[in-house]
Every structure is written in structure tokens, then in C-alpha cells.
Design a protein around this ligand. Structure first.
Ligand code: HBI
Length: 349
């Protein structure tokens, strides 16, 4: 399992894909598969061996323009990870790529070992779209995504296999009685539109707990300036055990993506704690939140919509939130979907 080149696993820079990779690796080894992770130096994954590869990190794709050329820095960690994979490929039945990058896709036809690509974001650049489409066409069934909405951002949506996502729910405690807080969880960067959540929370007068890595410091400072009188409590980027404990005491999670969120791991984490999810009606979140039952889907970019939904939070049965997570997003459910995907690739290789 070859990780994202934008940051070491555990730093939060890799966003949701760090959690996705760790969960799939742990679940596959729990099922008796021999699993190794290849990732940048400093990566840590509980209970799974990590081969740490040195080199320059890759520029995050979501910061790029559509026509941006593919850039590979000198001593690229991405290139170094895939050179390692080339050397050891005959020891493995399957390679799973978690990077949203051009190189692993391009290298697919040069490898003997089959490669499954888990594409973690929607369409961002022309070079990536073309490359993913080539692999989806020449290696049918090897492109995995997290939601139908995400797949539909590509013109080859029908060639993508949606796996949804999942996580180990045993580390998320269900909390039936919240305190008077709202929550926002995610990489603090413009595409996540934290400012909308802050604006809505301020109008309702409920303090907002913010969890996540401050990836874009000036963006964070700007929000603190613009909303100096709002009650924002920055809780930092916490390990899952601590995150879920604080998240569980919140009345609701606000998910305010400005972009097409491929899935929405943070929404599953909230549901697992019994926390209703108020999300913009866009991206993968449309396929997660059961409007009026486990949260509310709000008109995208509408702060007033968020405010109206916050006022209805007490109508949501928090146990229904936990039950949805268990039914659809457990490690077991995701493991079944993922293992089936892997087997289909091996059969058709
Ligand atoms: N950018 N170039 C690049 N490669 C990745 O693997 C990548 C990224 N940006 C964001 C990201 N991965 C993850 O945070 C999301 O896929 C979840």
C-alpha cells in the first residue's frame, strides 16, 4: 500500500487519505493478508509495518490550476516510493496506490504486479483526469473512488468503482448527551470554508470547537481577525482517540466544503459519536447525511441555511446517527467492499 507523497502519515497533511490507508491496511491484515505500507519518512501506522522512503514531498494537487503541468521535484519522494515498489513488486500479489498523482498511474503499464488505484479526490487538473481515464480504460475496474458524486466530477464516472469509506468504530464512543458546542473538523484551508461555520456559529451564539491541522496559517489568521468576537475554540490536530472524545460532546458537526468533497470522513466520525451532521448539499456528503434523520443537508455556501439547520439539531435522534455509522461505515463493511474490489482486480489481471 503506497501512500500519498504530500506528507508523512500521522501529520494530517495527507488529510483523509491518511485515515483511509491506515484503516484499510489494518483491516486487511486483520483478515489475514500480509500488508506493508510504503510512505514518506516519519510515517506511523498502528500495527502495520511501514517502509519509510526519503525525498522531497509533492505539491498538494488541490492547490493547482486545471492546466498545471505535472511537476516532479528533484529527489521526489513519490518517484522514490515507486522505484522501491518496482524493485519489490514480485513479492506481492497487489499494489494499492493511495496517491492522487500522475506518476503511479503512468507507471501502471510498466509494472508486472497489478495496481489498484484509490482516487481520493474529484477532478482537479486536466493532466490527472487524462491519466486516470487512460488507466480506467486500459485496466478496467482498477480505479476506486469514495462516492458517486466524486466519480461524476470525471467524464468517465461509469468506469469508477465507489467504495464509500469506513473506519474502526470501536474507538468512537457514542455520546447521547452533548454540551453546548458545535464542531468543525478538517484541514484548515480555503477549500474547506471554515469561515462559513464560524459565521453561522457566531449568529447562533453557540461556541465552535475547531479541530484540524492549520495547513494554511494566513487563512486561519484571517478568520480569527474577521470573526474576532466569535467564540472559536481551536482544539488542534488531535489523534483519533482524543478527537472523538471532544467531538462526541458537541451538538452538531458543521461540514462546509467549498469544493466537491470526495467523501467526508469527518462526517462518519461524527455520526459514530452520535453527533448529527449539518453539511452543504454537495459532494460525497450528499450520500452520507440522511436529511432530517442523521443531520441536515443545506444549500451550498448558505450561512443562513447552516443557521436554520443548527436551530433544528434537537430534532435529530443521536442514536440514529450511531446506527447509520455501524450499518454502512464500519471497518467490517468497508473491508468487505475493499477486499471484493481487490479480488475482482486479481481475477481480471
Ligand atoms: N495532492 N499531489 C497530491 N497527492 C496526493 O496524494 C494528495 C494531494 N492532495 C490532498 C490529498 N492527497 C489528500 O489530502 C486527499 O486525497 C484526502
Amino acid at each position: 500500500m503506497i501512500s500519498t507523497p504530500v506528507g508523512a502519515i500521522g501529520t494530517g497533511i495527507g488529510g483523509g487519505v491518511e485515515l483511509t490507508l491506515s484503516n484499510i491496511a489494518q483491516e486487511m491484515s486483520r483478515r489475514g493478508h500480509i500488508v506493508k505500507i510504503v510512505a514518506p519518512v516519519g510515517s506511523i501506522v498502528k500495527d502495520v509495518p511501514v517502509i519509510e522512503i526519503p525525498g522531497e514531498l509533492q505539491t498538494p494537487a488541490q492547490n493547482q490550476t486545471r492546466d498545471e503541468p505535472i511537476v516532479i521535484p528533484k529527489n521526489s519522494v513519490l518517484a522514490n516510493m515507486w522505484d522501491y515498489a518496482r524493485r519489490v513488486q514480485l513479492d506481492y500479489d497487489l499494489i494499492v496506490n493511495f496517491a492522487y498523482d500522475w506518476l503511479p498511474l503512468y507507471l501502471t503499464s510498466f509494472f508486472h504486479c497489478p495496481i489498484a488505484h484509490l482516487i481520493s479526490m474529484g477532478s482537479l487538473t486536466d493532466a490527472m483526469d487524462d491519466m486516470i481515464e487512460q488507466i480506467a480504460t486500459n485496466f478496467p475496474g482498477t480505479i476506486g473512488v469514495h462516492s458517486l458524486t466524486q466519480a461524476q466530477t470525471f467524464k468517465f464516472a461509469d468506469k469508477c468503482r465507489s467504495l464509500a469509506n469506513g473506519m474502526d468504530l470501536s474507538i468512537y464512543q457514542f455520546r447521547s448527551q452533548p454540551n453546548n458546542y458545535l464542531a468543525w473538523v478538517g484541514r484548515i484551508a480555503p477549500e474547506k470554508a471554515l469561515e462559513d461555520a464560524v459565521a453561522a456559529a457566531k449568529i447562533t451564539g453557540i461556541p465552535l470547537k475547531v479541530f484540524g491541522v492549520r495547513q494554511n496559517e494566513e487563512y486561519w489568521q484571517q478568520i480569527c481577525q474577521d470573526y474576532a468576537d466569535a467564540s472559536i475554540i481551536y482544539e488542534g490536530f488531535l489523534p483519533t482517540a482524543q478527537l472523538q472524545q471532544k467531538l462526541g460532546e458537541c451538538r452538531g458537526l458543521l461540514v462546509t466544503p467549498r469544493w466537491v468533497e470526495a467523501f467526508g470522513n469527518v462526517a462518519i466520525e461524527a455520526l459514530a459519536c452520535g453527533v448529527p451532521v449539518i453539511a452543504y448539499n454537495r459532494g460525497g456528503l450528499k450520500e452520507i447525511v440522511k436529511d432530517g434523520q442523521t443531520g441536515f443537508l443545506v444549500k451550498p455556501d448558505s450561512v443562513d441555511g447552516l443557521v436554520d439547520a443548527i436551530k433544528c439539531l434537537d430534532k435529530i435522534d443521536r442514536l440514529a446517527c450511531r446506527q447509520q455509522a455501524e450499518a454502512e461505515y464500519s471497518q467490517q463493511a468497508m473491508g468487505d467492499r475493499t477486499e471484493q474490489w481487490f479480488r475482482n482486480i486479481l481475477i481480471s489481471h
